[in-house]
Design a protein around this ligand. Structure first.
Ligand code: ADP
Length: 545
Protein backbone atom coordinates (compact mmCIF):
# COMPACT_ATOMS: atom_id res chain seq x y z
CA UNK A 1 0.00 0.00 0.00
CA UNK A 2 2.78 2.41 0.96
CA UNK A 3 4.60 1.51 -2.26
CA UNK A 4 1.47 2.11 -4.32
CA UNK A 5 0.87 5.51 -2.73
CA UNK A 6 4.53 6.38 -3.29
CA UNK A 7 4.28 5.36 -6.96
CA UNK A 8 1.15 7.42 -7.56
CA UNK A 9 2.81 10.34 -5.82
CA UNK A 10 5.76 10.13 -8.20
CA UNK A 11 3.38 9.66 -11.14
CA UNK A 12 1.83 13.04 -10.33
CA UNK A 13 -1.56 11.52 -9.64
CA UNK A 14 -3.51 11.87 -6.44
CA UNK A 15 -3.71 8.49 -4.62
CA UNK A 16 -6.65 6.32 -5.72
CA UNK A 17 -7.89 6.17 -2.12
CA UNK A 18 -8.15 9.94 -2.10
CA UNK A 19 -10.13 10.01 -5.36
CA UNK A 20 -12.51 7.36 -4.02
CA UNK A 21 -12.87 9.27 -0.77
CA UNK A 22 -13.92 12.42 -2.64
CA UNK A 23 -16.48 10.49 -4.72
CA UNK A 24 -17.91 8.85 -1.59
CA UNK A 25 -18.16 12.21 0.22
CA UNK A 26 -19.97 13.66 -2.81
CA UNK A 27 -22.41 10.77 -3.07
CA UNK A 28 -23.09 10.31 0.64
CA UNK A 29 -25.49 13.30 0.98
CA UNK A 30 -27.57 11.75 -1.82
CA UNK A 31 -27.67 8.38 -0.05
CA UNK A 32 -28.41 10.04 3.28
CA UNK A 33 -31.24 11.97 1.62
CA UNK A 34 -32.73 8.67 0.42
CA UNK A 35 -32.38 7.36 3.98
CA UNK A 36 -34.46 10.31 5.19
CA UNK A 37 -31.81 12.60 6.65
CA UNK A 38 -32.59 16.30 6.56
CA UNK A 39 -29.75 18.84 6.70
CA UNK A 40 -31.98 21.89 6.31
CA UNK A 41 -32.35 24.57 8.97
CA UNK A 42 -35.96 24.90 10.02
CA UNK A 43 -37.14 27.64 12.31
CA UNK A 44 -40.54 28.24 13.74
CA UNK A 45 -42.49 31.32 12.73
CA UNK A 46 -41.98 34.22 15.04
CA UNK A 47 -45.09 35.35 16.89
CA UNK A 48 -44.44 39.07 17.07
CA UNK A 49 -47.33 39.71 19.48
CA UNK A 50 -45.65 37.53 22.15
CA UNK A 51 -42.38 39.44 22.03
CA UNK A 52 -43.36 42.43 24.24
CA UNK A 53 -44.24 40.03 27.11
CA UNK A 54 -40.71 38.57 27.15
CA UNK A 55 -37.69 39.89 29.03
CA UNK A 56 -34.88 41.47 27.05
CA UNK A 57 -32.72 38.30 27.35
CA UNK A 58 -35.61 36.10 26.26
CA UNK A 59 -36.27 38.39 23.30
CA UNK A 60 -32.61 38.13 22.25
CA UNK A 61 -32.76 34.36 22.61
CA UNK A 62 -35.93 34.08 20.52
CA UNK A 63 -34.38 36.16 17.75
CA UNK A 64 -31.10 34.26 18.07
CA UNK A 65 -32.81 30.90 17.65
CA UNK A 66 -34.28 32.18 14.38
CA UNK A 67 -30.78 32.38 12.90
CA UNK A 68 -29.28 28.84 12.71
CA UNK A 69 -29.67 28.87 8.91
CA UNK A 70 -27.70 32.08 8.62
CA UNK A 71 -25.05 30.81 11.03
CA UNK A 72 -24.66 27.50 9.17
CA UNK A 73 -24.45 29.41 5.91
CA UNK A 74 -21.81 31.78 7.29
CA UNK A 75 -19.73 28.93 8.71
CA UNK A 76 -19.82 26.90 5.51
CA UNK A 77 -19.01 29.84 3.26
CA UNK A 78 -16.26 31.06 5.52
CA UNK A 79 -14.65 27.61 5.65
CA UNK A 80 -14.66 27.51 1.84
CA UNK A 81 -13.03 30.96 1.77
CA UNK A 82 -10.34 29.86 4.25
CA UNK A 83 -9.51 26.83 2.06
CA UNK A 84 -9.20 29.16 -0.96
CA UNK A 85 -7.02 31.57 1.04
CA UNK A 86 -4.72 28.76 2.18
CA UNK A 87 -4.50 27.50 -1.41
CA UNK A 88 -3.37 30.84 -2.81
CA UNK A 89 -0.79 31.32 -0.03
CA UNK A 90 0.59 27.87 -0.71
CA UNK A 91 0.59 28.56 -4.45
CA UNK A 92 2.65 31.73 -3.95
CA UNK A 93 5.10 29.91 -1.67
CA UNK A 94 5.52 27.28 -4.34
CA UNK A 95 6.07 30.01 -6.92
CA UNK A 96 8.99 31.28 -4.83
CA UNK A 97 10.55 27.84 -5.05
CA UNK A 98 9.77 26.89 -8.65
CA UNK A 99 9.43 30.28 -10.40
CA UNK A 100 6.52 28.92 -12.47
CA UNK A 101 3.51 31.29 -12.49
CA UNK A 102 0.97 28.60 -13.46
CA UNK A 103 0.02 27.50 -9.96
CA UNK A 104 -0.21 30.96 -8.35
CA UNK A 105 -2.39 32.25 -11.20
CA UNK A 106 -4.80 29.34 -10.87
CA UNK A 107 -4.53 29.71 -7.09
CA UNK A 108 -5.40 33.39 -7.50
CA UNK A 109 -8.45 32.43 -9.58
CA UNK A 110 -9.55 30.10 -6.79
CA UNK A 111 -8.93 32.80 -4.22
CA UNK A 112 -11.02 35.38 -6.12
CA UNK A 113 -13.81 32.85 -6.37
CA UNK A 114 -13.43 32.30 -2.61
CA UNK A 115 -13.54 36.06 -2.04
CA UNK A 116 -16.95 36.16 -3.71
CA UNK A 117 -18.07 33.54 -1.20
CA UNK A 118 -16.60 35.57 1.63
CA UNK A 119 -18.43 38.66 0.40
CA UNK A 120 -21.65 36.70 0.16
CA UNK A 121 -21.24 35.61 3.77
CA UNK A 122 -20.39 39.04 5.06
CA UNK A 123 -23.25 40.64 3.13
CA UNK A 124 -25.74 37.98 4.24
CA UNK A 125 -24.66 38.44 7.86
CA UNK A 126 -24.93 42.23 7.29
CA UNK A 127 -21.33 42.68 8.36
CA UNK A 128 -20.76 44.86 5.30
CA UNK A 129 -23.00 47.56 3.87
CA UNK A 130 -25.46 46.39 1.27
CA UNK A 131 -28.71 47.76 -0.07
CA UNK A 132 -30.48 44.49 -0.78
CA UNK A 133 -32.54 42.00 1.22
CA UNK A 134 -31.02 38.57 1.92
CA UNK A 135 -33.92 36.85 0.20
CA UNK A 136 -32.68 38.24 -3.13
CA UNK A 137 -29.04 38.84 -2.33
CA UNK A 138 -28.00 35.34 -1.25
CA UNK A 139 -29.41 33.32 -4.19
CA UNK A 140 -28.30 35.95 -6.69
CA UNK A 141 -24.77 36.38 -5.33
CA UNK A 142 -24.55 32.60 -5.08
CA UNK A 143 -25.23 32.12 -8.77
CA UNK A 144 -23.05 35.05 -9.78
CA UNK A 145 -20.31 33.70 -7.51
CA UNK A 146 -20.60 30.25 -9.04
CA UNK A 147 -20.52 31.53 -12.62
CA UNK A 148 -17.57 33.70 -11.71
CA UNK A 149 -15.87 30.74 -10.01
CA UNK A 150 -16.30 28.49 -13.07
CA UNK A 151 -15.32 31.20 -15.56
CA UNK A 152 -12.27 32.46 -13.72
CA UNK A 153 -11.01 28.92 -13.34
CA UNK A 154 -11.57 28.32 -17.05
CA UNK A 155 -9.65 31.52 -17.88
CA UNK A 156 -6.94 30.80 -15.30
CA UNK A 157 -6.33 27.27 -16.54
CA UNK A 158 -6.99 28.21 -20.19
CA UNK A 159 -4.11 30.72 -20.09
CA UNK A 160 -1.67 27.83 -19.87
CA UNK A 161 -3.17 25.68 -22.59
CA UNK A 162 -2.11 25.75 -26.19
CA UNK A 163 1.36 26.07 -27.53
CA UNK A 164 1.21 29.71 -28.61
CA UNK A 165 2.23 32.03 -25.81
CA UNK A 166 4.28 30.55 -23.01
CA UNK A 167 2.71 32.57 -20.15
CA UNK A 168 4.31 30.36 -17.51
CA UNK A 169 7.70 31.89 -18.30
CA UNK A 170 6.49 35.49 -18.00
CA UNK A 171 7.42 35.69 -14.32
CA UNK A 172 6.38 37.93 -11.45
CA UNK A 173 5.09 41.03 -13.36
CA UNK A 174 2.69 38.86 -15.35
CA UNK A 175 1.57 37.11 -12.18
CA UNK A 176 0.89 40.42 -10.43
CA UNK A 177 -0.95 41.84 -13.45
CA UNK A 178 -3.26 38.83 -13.79
CA UNK A 179 -3.85 38.75 -10.02
CA UNK A 180 -4.77 42.43 -10.09
CA UNK A 181 -7.18 41.91 -12.99
CA UNK A 182 -8.83 38.98 -11.22
CA UNK A 183 -9.19 40.98 -8.00
CA UNK A 184 -10.63 44.01 -9.83
CA UNK A 185 -13.14 41.79 -11.62
CA UNK A 186 -14.20 40.12 -8.36
CA UNK A 187 -14.46 43.49 -6.64
CA UNK A 188 -16.54 44.95 -9.50
CA UNK A 189 -19.06 42.14 -9.34
CA UNK A 190 -19.24 42.25 -5.54
CA UNK A 191 -19.74 45.98 -5.56
CA UNK A 192 -22.51 45.71 -8.20
CA UNK A 193 -24.39 43.08 -6.20
CA UNK A 194 -24.11 44.97 -2.93
CA UNK A 195 -25.43 48.25 -4.31
CA UNK A 196 -28.08 47.16 -6.78
CA UNK A 197 -31.56 48.17 -5.72
CA UNK A 198 -33.28 45.19 -7.26
CA UNK A 199 -31.71 41.87 -8.04
CA UNK A 200 -33.40 39.43 -10.44
CA UNK A 201 -35.33 36.46 -9.17
CA UNK A 202 -33.18 33.36 -9.22
CA UNK A 203 -35.29 30.82 -7.27
CA UNK A 204 -38.38 29.14 -8.68
CA UNK A 205 -39.49 26.73 -5.92
CA UNK A 206 -42.42 25.30 -7.91
CA UNK A 207 -40.49 24.35 -11.01
CA UNK A 208 -38.63 21.11 -11.72
CA UNK A 209 -35.54 23.22 -12.22
CA UNK A 210 -35.67 25.28 -9.06
CA UNK A 211 -32.66 27.46 -9.80
CA UNK A 212 -32.36 27.75 -13.57
CA UNK A 213 -29.43 30.20 -13.50
CA UNK A 214 -27.38 27.55 -11.70
CA UNK A 215 -27.49 25.51 -14.91
CA UNK A 216 -24.81 27.84 -16.34
CA UNK A 217 -22.12 27.04 -13.76
CA UNK A 218 -23.23 23.40 -13.86
CA UNK A 219 -22.40 23.22 -17.58
CA UNK A 220 -19.22 25.25 -17.14
CA UNK A 221 -17.92 22.99 -14.38
CA UNK A 222 -18.84 19.89 -16.38
CA UNK A 223 -16.92 21.34 -19.37
CA UNK A 224 -13.92 22.15 -17.16
CA UNK A 225 -13.95 18.73 -15.49
CA UNK A 226 -14.44 16.70 -18.64
CA UNK A 227 -12.32 18.65 -21.11
CA UNK A 228 -10.30 21.58 -19.82
CA UNK A 229 -8.71 20.25 -16.61
CA UNK A 230 -7.76 16.87 -18.19
CA UNK A 231 -6.16 18.72 -21.11
CA UNK A 232 -4.27 20.95 -18.71
CA UNK A 233 -3.19 17.88 -16.72
CA UNK A 234 -1.92 16.18 -19.87
CA UNK A 235 0.12 19.26 -20.80
CA UNK A 236 1.47 20.06 -17.35
CA UNK A 237 1.04 17.00 -15.16
CA UNK A 238 1.17 17.76 -11.44
CA UNK A 239 -0.68 16.65 -8.33
CA UNK A 240 -2.40 20.04 -8.30
CA UNK A 241 -3.57 19.64 -11.91
CA UNK A 242 -4.85 16.17 -11.12
CA UNK A 243 -6.63 17.45 -8.02
CA UNK A 244 -8.34 20.09 -10.20
CA UNK A 245 -9.91 17.34 -12.29
CA UNK A 246 -11.13 15.60 -9.13
CA UNK A 247 -12.50 18.89 -7.77
CA UNK A 248 -14.88 19.03 -10.72
CA UNK A 249 -16.86 16.14 -9.12
CA UNK A 250 -17.95 18.07 -6.01
CA UNK A 251 -18.42 21.22 -8.15
CA UNK A 252 -20.88 19.43 -10.41
CA UNK A 253 -22.69 17.76 -7.48
CA UNK A 254 -22.94 21.18 -5.79
CA UNK A 255 -24.67 22.56 -8.86
CA UNK A 256 -26.96 19.53 -9.22
CA UNK A 257 -28.14 20.09 -5.65
CA UNK A 258 -28.91 23.72 -6.45
CA UNK A 259 -30.44 23.28 -9.90
CA UNK A 260 -32.75 20.42 -9.03
CA UNK A 261 -32.98 20.50 -5.24
CA UNK A 262 -32.86 23.72 -3.32
CA UNK A 263 -36.16 25.62 -3.16
CA UNK A 264 -35.44 28.00 -0.30
CA UNK A 265 -32.63 29.58 1.65
CA UNK A 266 -30.91 27.25 4.13
CA UNK A 267 -32.91 24.17 3.08
CA UNK A 268 -31.55 20.60 2.86
CA UNK A 269 -30.01 20.87 -0.63
CA UNK A 270 -28.81 24.41 -0.03
CA UNK A 271 -26.74 23.25 2.96
CA UNK A 272 -25.48 20.14 1.15
CA UNK A 273 -24.37 22.31 -1.76
CA UNK A 274 -22.55 24.67 0.58
CA UNK A 275 -20.85 21.78 2.34
CA UNK A 276 -19.71 20.18 -0.93
CA UNK A 277 -18.42 23.52 -2.12
CA UNK A 278 -15.90 23.34 0.74
CA UNK A 279 -14.86 19.91 -0.54
CA UNK A 280 -14.40 21.43 -4.00
CA UNK A 281 -11.94 23.98 -2.53
CA UNK A 282 -10.20 21.52 -0.23
CA UNK A 283 -9.38 19.00 -3.00
CA UNK A 284 -7.09 21.34 -5.05
CA UNK A 285 -5.71 22.65 -1.78
CA UNK A 286 -4.61 19.13 -0.81
CA UNK A 287 -3.21 18.52 -4.30
CA UNK A 288 -1.20 21.69 -4.00
CA UNK A 289 -0.04 20.77 -0.49
CA UNK A 290 1.34 17.47 -1.80
CA UNK A 291 2.93 19.29 -4.75
CA UNK A 292 4.47 21.78 -2.37
CA UNK A 293 5.89 19.02 -0.17
CA UNK A 294 7.32 17.31 -3.21
CA UNK A 295 8.89 20.47 -4.67
CA UNK A 296 10.37 21.14 -1.25
CA UNK A 297 11.73 17.59 -0.96
CA UNK A 298 13.18 17.78 -4.48
CA UNK A 299 14.88 21.07 -3.63
CA UNK A 300 16.32 19.61 -0.47
CA UNK A 301 17.52 16.58 -2.39
CA UNK A 302 19.14 18.64 -5.14
CA UNK A 303 20.70 20.99 -2.57
CA UNK A 304 22.16 17.95 -0.78
CA UNK A 305 23.36 16.52 -4.11
CA UNK A 306 24.93 19.87 -5.00
CA UNK A 307 26.63 19.98 -1.63
CA UNK A 308 28.02 16.51 -2.14
CA UNK A 309 29.19 17.45 -5.63
CA UNK A 310 30.87 20.60 -4.31
CA UNK A 311 32.65 18.59 -1.64
CA UNK A 312 33.82 16.07 -4.23
CA UNK A 313 34.96 18.92 -6.47
CA UNK A 314 36.85 20.58 -3.63
CA UNK A 315 38.58 17.33 -2.70
CA UNK A 316 39.49 16.51 -6.33
CA UNK A 317 40.76 20.09 -6.73
CA UNK A 318 42.94 19.61 -3.69
CA UNK A 319 44.17 16.27 -5.07
CA UNK A 320 44.84 17.89 -8.44
CA UNK A 321 46.74 20.77 -6.86
CA UNK A 322 48.80 18.32 -4.82
CA UNK A 323 49.62 16.16 -7.85
CA UNK A 324 50.40 19.26 -9.93
CA UNK A 325 52.78 20.50 -7.28
CA UNK A 326 54.36 17.05 -7.14
CA UNK A 327 54.70 17.00 -10.93
CA UNK A 328 56.26 20.45 -10.99
CA UNK A 329 58.65 19.41 -8.30
CA UNK A 330 59.49 16.31 -10.29
CA UNK A 331 59.99 18.31 -13.50
CA UNK A 332 62.19 20.75 -11.63
CA UNK A 333 64.35 18.06 -10.04
CA UNK A 334 64.55 16.05 -13.25
CA UNK A 335 65.51 19.03 -15.42
CA UNK A 336 67.88 20.36 -12.82
CA UNK A 337 69.63 17.02 -12.36
CA UNK A 338 69.69 16.33 -16.10
CA UNK A 339 71.78 19.44 -16.67
CA UNK A 340 74.86 17.97 -15.06
CA UNK A 341 75.16 14.74 -17.18
CA UNK A 342 74.14 16.77 -20.22
CA UNK A 343 76.98 19.21 -19.59
CA UNK A 344 79.36 16.25 -19.33
CA UNK A 345 78.09 14.75 -22.61
CA UNK A 346 78.36 18.11 -24.39
CA UNK A 347 81.82 18.89 -23.16
CA UNK A 348 83.15 15.43 -24.10
CA UNK A 349 81.58 15.76 -27.53
CA UNK A 350 83.28 19.15 -27.90
CA UNK A 351 86.57 17.62 -26.79
CA UNK A 352 86.19 14.86 -29.31
CA UNK A 353 85.41 17.32 -32.08
CA UNK A 354 88.38 19.57 -31.29
CA UNK A 355 90.85 16.74 -30.62
CA UNK A 356 92.96 16.50 -33.74
CA UNK A 357 94.80 13.41 -32.49
CA UNK A 358 91.72 11.26 -32.56
CA UNK A 359 91.08 9.91 -36.01
CA UNK A 360 87.44 10.07 -36.97
CA UNK A 361 86.06 8.90 -40.32
CA UNK A 362 83.93 11.21 -42.49
CA UNK A 363 80.75 9.42 -41.34
CA UNK A 364 81.98 9.62 -37.76
CA UNK A 365 82.31 13.40 -38.07
CA UNK A 366 78.77 13.61 -39.39
CA UNK A 367 77.48 11.55 -36.45
CA UNK A 368 79.47 13.69 -34.06
CA UNK A 369 77.87 16.86 -35.37
CA UNK A 370 74.38 15.27 -35.09
CA UNK A 371 75.20 14.33 -31.49
CA UNK A 372 76.32 17.95 -30.82
CA UNK A 373 73.09 19.32 -32.31
CA UNK A 374 71.05 16.85 -30.28
CA UNK A 375 72.75 17.76 -27.05
CA UNK A 376 72.35 21.49 -27.79
CA UNK A 377 68.65 20.97 -28.38
CA UNK A 378 68.35 18.88 -25.26
CA UNK A 379 70.03 21.68 -23.34
CA UNK A 380 67.33 24.09 -24.61
CA UNK A 381 64.58 21.65 -23.64
CA UNK A 382 65.97 21.07 -20.18
CA UNK A 383 66.44 24.79 -19.58
CA UNK A 384 62.94 25.50 -20.86
CA UNK A 385 61.49 22.84 -18.62
CA UNK A 386 63.42 24.22 -15.70
CA UNK A 387 62.08 27.75 -16.34
CA UNK A 388 58.58 26.37 -16.72
CA UNK A 389 58.70 24.42 -13.47
CA UNK A 390 60.31 27.36 -11.65
CA UNK A 391 57.21 29.39 -12.53
CA UNK A 392 55.10 27.01 -10.43
CA UNK A 393 57.20 27.42 -7.29
CA UNK A 394 58.08 31.14 -7.50
CA UNK A 395 56.12 33.74 -5.54
CA UNK A 396 53.82 36.09 -7.42
CA UNK A 397 54.34 39.68 -6.37
CA UNK A 398 51.18 41.50 -7.46
CA UNK A 399 51.55 45.29 -7.52
CA UNK A 400 50.87 48.40 -9.62
CA UNK A 401 52.68 47.92 -12.87
CA UNK A 402 52.91 50.31 -15.82
CA UNK A 403 52.36 47.92 -18.73
CA UNK A 404 53.53 50.58 -21.26
CA UNK A 405 56.95 50.68 -19.58
CA UNK A 406 57.17 46.87 -19.57
CA UNK A 407 56.37 46.79 -23.31
CA UNK A 408 59.09 49.38 -23.97
CA UNK A 409 61.69 47.25 -22.12
CA UNK A 410 60.63 44.16 -24.11
CA UNK A 411 60.91 46.07 -27.38
CA UNK A 412 64.38 47.30 -26.46
CA UNK A 413 65.48 43.75 -25.66
CA UNK A 414 64.09 42.49 -28.96
CA UNK A 415 65.65 45.33 -30.95
CA UNK A 416 67.88 43.07 -33.02
CA UNK A 417 65.00 40.81 -34.16
CA UNK A 418 62.87 43.86 -34.89
CA UNK A 419 65.59 45.35 -37.02
CA UNK A 420 66.30 42.04 -38.78
CA UNK A 421 62.68 41.61 -39.72
CA UNK A 422 62.19 45.33 -40.47
CA UNK A 423 59.09 45.01 -38.36
CA UNK A 424 56.67 47.90 -37.89
CA UNK A 425 55.53 48.00 -34.29
CA UNK A 426 52.51 50.03 -33.22
CA UNK A 427 51.80 50.42 -29.53
CA UNK A 428 48.45 51.77 -28.34
CA UNK A 429 47.77 53.43 -24.99
CA UNK A 430 48.57 50.90 -22.30
CA UNK A 431 47.22 51.02 -18.73
CA UNK A 432 48.47 50.56 -15.20
CA UNK A 433 47.62 47.01 -14.13
CA UNK A 434 47.72 44.74 -11.11
CA UNK A 435 50.52 42.31 -11.97
CA UNK A 436 53.97 40.94 -11.26
CA UNK A 437 56.44 42.98 -13.30
CA UNK A 438 58.79 40.08 -14.10
CA UNK A 439 55.99 37.75 -15.08
CA UNK A 440 54.35 40.40 -17.27
CA UNK A 441 57.71 40.96 -18.93
CA UNK A 442 58.09 37.23 -19.69
CA UNK A 443 54.53 37.06 -21.02
CA UNK A 444 54.89 40.00 -23.38
CA UNK A 445 58.40 38.97 -24.36
CA UNK A 446 57.23 35.51 -25.44
CA UNK A 447 54.27 36.85 -27.42
CA UNK A 448 56.30 39.55 -29.19
CA UNK A 449 59.16 37.17 -29.93
CA UNK A 450 56.69 34.74 -31.48
CA UNK A 451 55.05 37.51 -33.51
CA UNK A 452 58.49 38.38 -34.89
CA UNK A 453 59.47 34.74 -35.42
CA UNK A 454 56.32 33.51 -37.17
CA UNK A 455 56.13 36.48 -39.54
CA UNK A 456 55.23 36.56 -43.20
CA UNK A 457 57.07 39.09 -45.43
CA UNK A 458 56.73 42.56 -43.99
CA UNK A 459 56.00 42.17 -40.27
CA UNK A 460 53.44 44.48 -38.69
CA UNK A 461 52.71 44.12 -35.01
CA UNK A 462 50.08 46.00 -33.04
CA UNK A 463 49.99 45.98 -29.23
CA UNK A 464 47.02 47.45 -27.41
CA UNK A 465 44.72 47.06 -24.39
CA UNK A 466 40.95 47.47 -24.15
CA UNK A 467 38.71 47.68 -21.09
CA UNK A 468 36.06 44.96 -21.25
CA UNK A 469 33.87 43.44 -18.51
CA UNK A 470 35.86 44.91 -15.65
CA UNK A 471 39.25 43.72 -16.98
CA UNK A 472 42.00 44.88 -19.32
CA UNK A 473 42.20 42.78 -22.48
CA UNK A 474 45.70 43.05 -23.96
CA UNK A 475 46.28 41.97 -27.52
CA UNK A 476 49.39 41.34 -29.60
CA UNK A 477 48.36 41.25 -33.24
CA UNK A 478 50.59 40.19 -36.12
CA UNK A 479 50.18 39.69 -39.86
CA UNK A 480 52.28 36.54 -39.83
CA UNK A 481 51.75 32.96 -40.95
CA UNK A 482 48.74 32.38 -38.70
CA UNK A 483 47.33 28.95 -37.93
CA UNK A 484 44.21 26.84 -38.38
CA UNK A 485 41.40 26.99 -35.84
CA UNK A 486 42.00 23.40 -34.70
CA UNK A 487 45.39 24.39 -33.17
CA UNK A 488 44.08 27.33 -31.14
CA UNK A 489 43.96 25.36 -27.87
CA UNK A 490 46.78 22.92 -28.45
CA UNK A 491 49.55 25.49 -28.84
CA UNK A 492 49.25 26.47 -25.16
CA UNK A 493 50.29 22.98 -24.06
CA UNK A 494 53.90 22.33 -23.22
CA UNK A 495 56.13 21.05 -26.08
CA UNK A 496 53.33 21.46 -28.64
CA UNK A 497 54.70 22.95 -31.86
CA UNK A 498 53.17 23.31 -35.29
CA UNK A 499 56.48 23.39 -37.14
CA UNK A 500 59.64 21.36 -37.38
CA UNK A 501 62.98 22.55 -36.03
CA UNK A 502 64.29 23.12 -39.57
CA UNK A 503 61.43 25.57 -40.31
CA UNK A 504 61.37 27.60 -37.11
CA UNK A 505 63.63 27.17 -34.07
CA UNK A 506 62.08 26.69 -30.67
CA UNK A 507 61.10 24.06 -28.12
CA UNK A 508 57.35 24.65 -27.65
CA UNK A 509 57.47 26.02 -24.11
CA UNK A 510 56.88 29.77 -24.67
CA UNK A 511 53.09 29.73 -24.91
CA UNK A 512 52.73 27.16 -22.11
CA UNK A 513 54.65 29.64 -19.95
CA UNK A 514 52.40 32.49 -21.14
CA UNK A 515 49.31 30.50 -20.15
CA UNK A 516 50.71 29.75 -16.74
CA UNK A 517 51.69 33.39 -16.21
CA UNK A 518 48.29 34.71 -17.32
CA UNK A 519 46.58 32.34 -14.88
CA UNK A 520 48.94 33.27 -12.07
CA UNK A 521 48.10 36.93 -12.67
CA UNK A 522 44.44 36.03 -12.35
CA UNK A 523 43.65 36.24 -16.06
CA UNK A 524 43.34 34.09 -19.16
CA UNK A 525 45.03 33.79 -22.51
CA UNK A 526 43.62 32.84 -25.89
CA UNK A 527 44.25 33.29 -29.59
CA UNK A 528 42.31 34.28 -32.68
CA UNK A 529 44.12 33.33 -35.83
CA UNK A 530 43.67 32.48 -39.47
CA UNK A 531 46.15 30.56 -41.56
CA UNK A 532 48.07 32.90 -43.88
CA UNK A 533 46.43 36.03 -42.47
CA UNK A 534 47.86 36.49 -38.99
CA UNK A 535 47.29 35.90 -35.30
CA UNK A 536 46.09 37.95 -32.36
CA UNK A 537 47.03 36.72 -28.91
CA UNK A 538 44.86 38.08 -26.09
CA UNK A 539 45.35 38.01 -22.35
CA UNK A 540 43.26 39.57 -19.63
CA UNK A 541 44.47 41.33 -16.48
CA UNK A 542 42.82 42.98 -13.51
CA UNK A 543 42.85 46.78 -13.24
CA UNK A 544 44.71 48.51 -10.44
CA UNK A 545 42.68 48.35 -7.21
P1 ADP B 1 57.92 27.76 -29.89
O1 ADP B 1 57.77 29.10 -30.47
O2 ADP B 1 59.16 27.59 -29.13
O3 ADP B 1 57.69 26.68 -30.87
P2 ADP B 1 55.59 28.40 -28.38
O4 ADP B 1 54.98 27.70 -27.23
O5 ADP B 1 55.95 29.82 -28.20
O6 ADP B 1 56.80 27.54 -28.80
O7 ADP B 1 54.57 28.29 -29.57
C1 ADP B 1 53.97 27.06 -29.87
C2 ADP B 1 53.58 27.03 -31.33
O8 ADP B 1 52.57 27.97 -31.60
C3 ADP B 1 54.69 27.44 -32.25
O9 ADP B 1 55.48 26.32 -32.58
C4 ADP B 1 53.96 28.00 -33.46
O10 ADP B 1 53.67 26.97 -34.33
C5 ADP B 1 52.69 28.53 -32.89
N1 ADP B 1 52.74 30.00 -32.75
C6 ADP B 1 53.09 30.70 -31.68
N2 ADP B 1 52.99 32.02 -31.90
C7 ADP B 1 52.59 32.17 -33.18
C8 ADP B 1 52.31 33.29 -34.03
N3 ADP B 1 52.42 34.55 -33.59
N4 ADP B 1 51.89 33.05 -35.29
C9 ADP B 1 51.76 31.79 -35.74
N5 ADP B 1 52.01 30.69 -34.99
C10 ADP B 1 52.42 30.87 -33.73
Amino acid sequence: MVVQVQEEFTLKRMPTGFVLGVVIVCLSPFVLTLLGFDFGNHTQELVWSELPQLTATEQTNVLFYRLPGAFTHALLEWTAFCAALFTVLLAFSQFRMSGDVTTPIIGMALFCAGSMDAFQTLAAAHLIDDDVANQDLIPFTWVIGRIFNALIMIVGVGLFLGKGVQYRRFGTPFLLLVSLLFILLAYGIISYCAHSDILPQTQYPDNFITRPYDLIPLLLFAFAGLYLYPKFYRQQPSLFAHALIISAVPEVVVQLNMVFGSTALFDHHFNIAHFLKIVAYVVPMLGLTLDYIRTYQEQQRSAAALDELNQKLASSNAELAASNAELEQFAYIASHDLQEPLRTVTSFLQLLQSDTDTKVSQDGEKYLSFAMEGSARMKCLVEGLLDFSRLGSSQTDLQRVDSAAVVQTVLQDLEVSIRDGAAQIEVGRLPMVQADKNLLYQLLQNLLANALKYRADQSKIHIKAEWFEERWHFSVQDNGIGMEQKHHERIFQIFQRLHGQNEYSGVGIGLAMCKKIAERLGGQIWVESELGVGSTFFFSLAAVR
